[in-house]
Design a binder for this molecule. Structure first.
Ligand SMILES: [Zn+2]
Length: 384
């Protein structure tokens, strides 16, 4: 059986003024008040009312894409939507409930609470990010999450172990983050140019003895073609790229396409229409079925084990260099600029963390039985 899954990672940084707790006017988002408003109007809104049109451009159907795709919303963005875009928020929550009826499992997965690069955090901060992400998910969707998205897909084994400890069953990574694979108890095979990863099947990872989590690796060529190429120019381009990605055998295969969700409508105008075309196309396909990750795992368990490349991410080819050193990654817009400031900035932030941790433990310990457990529980106050 052949399956396709679209995953959208929706996120905006919190833009609220910390003193006023509202977003100040952002002129470069004009004619909108700020970037949240603008991206909502270009992407988060249109994706629950996406037009599927005929060859003459006449509207055939209005589709709520969220009912048919796997997705995660950054918890702080979801809170903003709840406060300011009630209808969009409701359509997203509703879509998760409807997808549960369709696939047996809801489409929504959780996200680490902020957009923290997990491998650069210490264990207690990682735990808080995962715990807060799970609690925020339960608050919004009314159920426990099965999957969790890692910001920038930044990963290390300690992070995967914490996800598994907290009951998370799967995550999604770039195929470049796989180090080696093997059949359970077979011989290891390194993943390299000569031995690329087969992304049409999930893998089981054992980040620590006794703990496991499953990993889906997205299809890099198609995902890049969606995010940075022309695959969204016409729905047919994307559909035929997906159809030709399957191997000609009868084994269960899943092709998953993972991108920033803003790709559909914000980065590519009318991208939500190409997505609507595809959810209809694969919703009525003779050979390829739409699925979400949870349903796939309920039908087909992994047959292979994977070991991941420690401290890597989808958007930096130098491990997680982008967030702590002058690794060479830049926007390309300013050839004379450098990023040598990243190292000292990261060191300063780590120094600050170490000092405030000590203060928090000493002063918090006078009032709280366990300051770090209290911090984890504090999410319930934030959510109210
Ligand atoms: Zn880099």
């Amino acid at each position: 059986m052949k399956y396709v899954c679209f995953h959208c990672h929706f996120y905006q940084p919190p833009r609220e003024d910390p003193w006023l707790e509202v977003i100040p006017s952002q002129e470069d988002a004009s004619p909108y008040h700020d970037w949240n408003e603008r991206i909502c109007s270009e992407c988060y809104g249109p994706n629950w009312a996406a037009r599927r049109v005929d060859e003459k451009g006449r509207i055939l159907e209005i589709i709520n894409n969220y009912e048919f795709i796997s997705f995660n919303f950054g918890p702080t963005l979801l809170s903003w939507l709840k406060r300011h875009k009630e209808e969009t928020y409701r359509k997203i929550i509703e879509a998760d409930k409807k997808s549960k009826k369709r696939f047996g499992y809801g489409n929504a997965i959780a996200q680490v609470y902020n957009h923290v690069i997990m491998p650069l955090s210490d264990r207690k901060d990682k735990l808080t990010q995962v715990f807060w992400g799970i609690e925020a998910f339960k608050y919004h969707f009314g159920r426990a999450p099965l999957g969790m998205w890692l910001a920038e897909t930044a990963v290390d084994n300690e992070t995967l172990a914490i996800l598994a400890e907290q009951g998370i069953k799967f995550t999604i990574l770039s195929p470049r983050q796989a180090e080696r694979i093997r059949k359970f108890d077979g011989d290891w095979q390194n993943i390299d140019e000569a031995h690329p990863l087969d992304v049409s099947t999930p893998y089981r990872c054992f980040p620590r003895p006794g703990l496991s989590i499953d990993i889906f690796f997205y299809h890099e060529g198609i995902s890049k073609g969606v995010a940075f190429g022309n695959l969204l120019e016409r729905g047919e381009f994307l559909a035929s790229a997906i159809e030709s990605a399957f191997k000609p055998n009868s084994l269960p295969q899943i092709i998953s396409i993972a991108t920033d969700g803003e790709t559909y409508g914000h980065h590519h105008k009318f991208g939500e229409m190409a997505l609507a075309y595809n959810v209809y196309h694969f919703g009525h396909h003779p050979e390829i079925k739409l699925i979400n990750y949870s349903q796939f795992l309920s039908l087909h368990k992994p047959n292979f084990e994977v070991a991941i490349k420690e401290r890597t991410a989808w958007s930096c080819s130098h491990g997680v260099g982008r967030w702590h050193r002058d690794c060479g990654c830049n926007t390309g817009l300013h050839p004379g600029w450098h990023q040598r400031w990243r190292g000292p900035l990261r060191e300063a932030l780590e120094f600050l963390r170490e000092r405030t941790d000590l203060l928090f433990e000493r002063l918090g310990g006078q009032l709280l039985k366990d300051p770090w457990a209290a911090r984890n529980d504090y999410i319930h106050i934030i959510l109210e």
